[in-house]
Structure formats: C-alpha cells, structure tokens
Design a binder for this molecule. Sequence first.
Ligand code: N01
Length: 551
Amino acid sequence: MTNTEQYQQKKQKTDFDAVVIGAGFSGLYMLHRLREAGFSTRVYEAGDGVGGVWYWNLYPGARCDSESIYYNYTFSDELLQEWTWSSRYPEQPEILRYLNYVADKFDLRRDIQFETRITAAHYDEENNCWSIHMEDGSSVSATYFISGVGCLSAANIPRFKGLDDFEGQWYHTGHWPHEKVDFKGKRVGVIGNGSSGVQSIPMIAQEAEQLFVFQRTPQFTIPARNHPYDPEFIQKTKENYPQIREQMKESWGGFPIAPSVRSALEDAPEVRQEVYETAWEKGGFFLTYTYHDLTMDEAANETVSDFIRSKIRETVHKPEVAEKLLPTYYFGTKRPILDTHYFETYNRENVTLIDVKSAPIEEITAKGLRTAEAEYELDVLVFATGYDGMTGPLLKIDIRGKDGLTLKEKWNEGAHVQTYLGIANAGFPNFFMITGPESPSVLANMPLAIEQHVEWIGDCVEYLRDHGIEKIEATEEAETAWSSHCREVADATLYPKADSWYTGANIAGKPRSFLIYLSVASDRIDGFVRRSLQRDMMAFLWCHSQRQCRK
Ligand code: N01
C-alpha cells in the first residue's frame, strides 16, 4: 500500500478535505490549487459574490494602488494573456470583473457557498479534524481548515457616543452598499483620511453640497497619475509576461522594479531634489524606491518627508489649510497612499478640513457630529476609519485548537501575537492562514504574496498526503524564533514608530505590536539572511518547516 493509500485509509471521514474561508484573491486561488491536487474543497463566503475586499469596497473612488499589470494572478499563462487591464490603476468594478472572470474560467463557483458566514472552527483532537460552524447553525468537518479572511476585512467603526441616534445615513467604506449612494445636495462628513478617505474625498467633494473632512492625523500621499494603457504597451507586456513574472518573484516587493542601493544622504541636496521630482512626476510608488534607507534612517526620511510637505504647501492655496495638512510622522511608516487630486480638493469652496486631534469628536448627534469645538450638521456620515488589521478578521471567528485553546487566548487578546511564518500556529494542527499576522504580505504586491502563501500551503498538504502524515503543527520553538525575527527586523526600521494598523495603534484598546513581517526591510539590513518574496525564501521556509513542524 502506498503512503497516500495508507493516509486515505487512516484519515477520518470528513465532509471535505479542506474548508477555506473567503472567496477573495486568497480563497479563489486556494480552491483552484487544492482542487487541482485532488482535494475536495469547500469555500464559504459571507457575501453573495466573489471578490473579498473588492466585493465590499465599493466606495466612490475605490481603485487599486498597485499597477494593474502586476496586480493579478500569475499562476496561469492563459489568464495573463486573456485578461486586459484598461488603465494603470483600475477602479474597483474592473477588479471585481477580473475576479469574476477568474471564478468563471476555473469553474470555481460550484465549490463556493455564498451568503454563509463561518462563526466557529474547533479542532477535534480525537478524530484529527476540524469542525466548522456557520452562522445559520449548520456545520461541516474537514481535515484542513484554511483562512483566506484577508488582512483588512474587520471594519473599525469607532464607538462614538450617539451614533444610533443619527438621523442621516452612515456608511463604512469597507461595507459600502451595492446601490449608488447619492451625495447630491447633501452635507457630508468623512471621518478618516487613510487610503480609503483619500480616494473617496475628491469624488464625494465633486457631488456633495458641503463636505466636512474630520482629520485626526495628516497623511503623506503621492499622486497616482493614473492613465489608460495603450494597446502597444499591453501587447508588449503580454509578450514579456514570463520575464516580468520572474522579476516580480525575484524582487523584494513583488514588483519588477530594482530597489536603489543608494542612501538619500549620499546625494547632494540638488541631486536628491531632482531624484524626488522625477519620481513625483512618474507618480505611483516610485518615490518609495528612490533610496534604500528612507524607512530605515531618520535623517534620510526627513529629506523625502520634507519634499512631500513642500508639495502640499505648493498645492493647497490657503496657507492655514496647508499647515493643517502637513504630516509629521516618518513618510512610509504608515501605509503610503496614492491619490488623484486629493490636496487640490481642499481648494474647493465646498470643502472644510476639521482637525479632530486638537478638538476631538465628542459625539454623533441626531443632526450631525459634535467636536470639542463645534457641531456640524450632516445628512451623510462616511466612516473611512479603517480596519482592525491582521488579527481582527481571525479573532472575530471562534477558532479553537488543541485542548479547546482559543486563538484569542493563545494570542492573549492580541497582546502576544506569535505565529510561525504567518501561516501556522502551535496548538492548531492542520490550520493554515493565508497572509496571517507576521506573514510577508501587506507591504508587498498582495496577489503575488497570496499566490506564494497558497502554493506553500498547497505543497504542504500534498506533501502530507504523499508521505502519509496525518497532521502538521508548528512547534513553539519555531514560532518563537520566527516571531522574534519579525520583531528584530521591524525594530531595525522606523515602521514601529508610527501609530498605524501595522502596529494595531489605530484601534482603541488594541495592544501594540508589529503584526507584519517586513520582508522588504529584511532584505536591506546587513547581516540578515536574505528573505524576500522570492521562491528561495519559500524554499527555505518549506525545508525549515519540515524540520520544525513534522510530527
Ligand atoms: O484605513 P486607515 P483605510 N477618530 O487605517 C482615522 C488598504 N487600502 O481604510 O491616522 C478620528 O489607513 C485614522 O486616523 P489616524 C491599505 O492597505 C488600500 O483608509 O489613526 N479618526 C485614519 O485617518 C490601507 O492602508 C486601498 O489618526 C479616526 C483613518 O481613519 C488600508 O486598506 C484602498 C478614528 C483610517 O485610515 C486601510 O486604509 C483603501 C477616530 N476614532 C484601503 N479612527 C487601495 O488603494 C480612525 N480614524 C488598494
């Protein structure tokens, strides 16, 4: 009898080999990868369509801020050739169309159960399987339980006093209605100016009668300079996709762009200015690629931060408004933002910027919003207040491993998050997270990072089956080593200094810890093993995990 046959014989009878949460980029590819390998798989999705964040984020102005020709799956040559992006940074409906196209092309829908939310998943040690429970009271069992919940799907709606009494309409950008929200003739308030706020504010301003932006922290943002692609460019890209894909995989951020090896402090101020001007004109994230030490060294960072502040002063006509918009944190340590006419929007007569750091929001009233200084009458209130990132979506589900230990308890309510590679947890056999906390993911090109996680998990479960191994579980030692490596890398950078969703500081009461593996930075720190988003890294992790996790 072969190992696989022995494995099949020993394996408990479960409803599915694998259950996956979520039908976004992660869940769709995980389903395809597992099905191709012969595993029976079921995806459960709370929404009534595929798309994940691209299904829920329909707010005005929502678009991708990674260049579209790289922001897609690379696993299928056919798909790369068939799909054509219209522009550099396409809008949400186009990305959603792409994901629907993928779902149809690979016939994925037949294994996805929509409008079904997983609320709990408990490991049954005796039978070595996961028992998975849905909101509607149903449950199923599976050998492998895989999370594709995404890093940013648990909306942060701050608990302002009085929200229930608000007589107007209110929305969170991440749970936008599928019908058009009409701002015409309305007094609109937007709380928050991260990526979602910065994308939606210029669009809402064009339609609303009055727009009030409630800003707690001024943000650095860079012009996207979106433009349609011409057919020649698309043709060339398609011809070169094999090489482009290789370059993406060999890069540290998942884009085929070579990082600079120069320090910002090596160049004379005039030269540096020129470098920044050129990158600013190109738009997109080129500015972040100009020098290698922008997020490593305070003095280097000051040069680029000053440059952007000078652009804000140039763009915003009223000096007192411009002053309020000047960020003071280190550029890049909160997620960089791309915009389309964001700062220009503050030159409009119908837009008012309100600083809620100096005069905090005290309550939502029946008629609007009251800060420590004034009350603003509003018809519509938009929460662009972000997400409980990385751990939030997982902790919303009652996940229990061995001995009934919950993930919440294991992570000590978020005070001590520790994972192995961002993929596995000691005490939770056969449970995998796609781009979980401490994974190399959100600071890179997400679809590519997701592909690598999915392929790692796919290879892993195939290996288990082919070698007759019933379960895999990270050891505590491996987890401790990985976590401390993550912290070591982060602490060598400026990232932990910012109050961001990377650190959990954006959520009231959330313990602060750095929740992301900075593969980008690890590549740049002398003396660190080169661990970037490359196949080498995954090969390294794979060998390492077999040593550390195999039971
Ligand atoms: O959320 P954010 P987001 N009172 O956390 C403010 C991805 N994304 O949805 O900075 C007042 O960045 C908060 O203020 P502060 C991308 O990875 C990508 O915009 O904490 N204000 C901040 O201004 C991004 O990083 C795209 O002081 C409060 C804002 O709300 C991530 O999603 C598009 C507040 C939240 O900003 C999250 O972006 C959109 C309070 N109590 C999103 N609480 C693409 O382009 C929060 N704020 C692909």
